[in-house]
Write a new protein. Structure first.
Length: 318
């Protein structure tokens, strides 16, 4: 048909192909059979931080990727029928080096290019790939994941993440035969402040707890806001006696900085303090029993007047 012929004529036009490469929002990189870059559009320049004049005819696809094994792996997948069909790959996720050596995640679709040879028939002359920048999507995914496991007020991990982290750390402790301690923290005299000065001041106190947590605990420990004025800390590779020292230091830091940070509230109410219960994981102990022992120790600290650390016994109620 006439329109079919016109379409074929247009697609065969060099001007059509040049314009297609130019306006495509994704990076387009074409290479010859030796791997030397022969097509490199504006989007590819923005993606990699390389100028086309410095790339075309001068650099190989290995140079563009910046990861020597990657070009070889992609080529292997193109020849394998399991990634989109014979002679192509569709939507695989890889990385390229961008400006200043930054690693950029991309979604790559590529295909072999062949030409008709009178003697050999269709002969491979190179390949072309479309490089879609996934940076924005990966950042959004990371932000959504962070929101799912983070308390919005304090930016500590939330209760949901506490349970999964506790399970993971118990498995790690058992596997590597390393000690693990769990501490439950509950504020003393918090409600009067919340009732007297309002929720904004109550929130300020909770954020103050977070500041102290970040100043005392190691980056390898995990802190959580379980809800209200309840917190938890997982102290990895830490025995009970060492955990007691750390938690007492935390109480000292919290009390010392209370008058500096919250002194503007005056001294009409008793200062907020902390009741803490700590338990060390026992051999063959399940997560629920470890939590119960730490929780009961925390309540013992409260019954004794608060502002103290109580270590859990090996048996419930001891």
């Amino acid at each position: 048909m006439e329109w079919d012929r016109q379409r074929m004529d247009m697609m065969a036009s060099k001007d059509f192909l040049d314009k297609l490469v130019l306006v495509c929002p994704d990076g387009i990189i074409g290479i010859n059979r030796e791997g030397v870059v022969i097509i490199f559009n504006e989007a590819a320049e923005k993606l990699t931080g390389l100028a086309s004049d410095d790339v075309i005819g001068r650099m190989t696809i290995n140079d563009v990727y910046g990861i020597p094994e990657l070009a070889r792996e992609v080529k292997k997948m193109i020849y394998d029928d399991g990634h989109g069909g014979p002679g192509r790959v569709d939507g695989i996720e890889v990385s390229v080096k961008g400006k200043d050596g930054k690693i950029i995640p991309i979604r790559l679709s590529a295909a072999l290019i062949s030409a008709l040879d009178e003697k050999c028939g269709n002969t491979e002359i190179g390949s072309v790939g479309f490089f879609h920048d996934l940076t924005a999507r990966k950042m959004m995914e990371a932000e959504l994941k962070k929101r799912a496991i983070t308390d919005s007020l304090t930016n500590l991990f939330n209760r949901r993440h506490f349970h999964s982290s506790l399970t993971d750390e118990i498995h790690r402790s058992i596997r590597y035969k390393r000690p693990l301690c769990l501490a439950f923290l509950d504020l003393d005299h918090f409600k009067p402040f919340n009732d007297t000065y309002g929720h904004q001041e109550g929130d300020n106190i909770l954020c103050f707890v977070t500041e102290c947590i970040r100043s005392v605990f190691r980056s390898t420990d995990h802190a959580f806001r379980l809800g209200g004025d309840e917190f938890a800390v997982l102290l990895v590779e830490t025995e009970l006696e060492k955990a007691a020292l750390v938690m007492n230091r935390f109480i000292s830091v919290f009390s010392k900085h209370w008058t500096i940070k919250m002194g503007y509230l005056g001294d009409k109410l008793r200062p907020v303090t902390m009741s803490i219960g700590v338990a060390q994981l026992l051999e063959d102990e399940k997560a629920d029993k470890l939590q119960m022992r730490a929780d009961l120790a925390m309540y013992e600290a409260k019954k004794a007047g608060g502002n103290r650390v109580v270590l859990a016994g090996e048996k419930i109620g001891v």
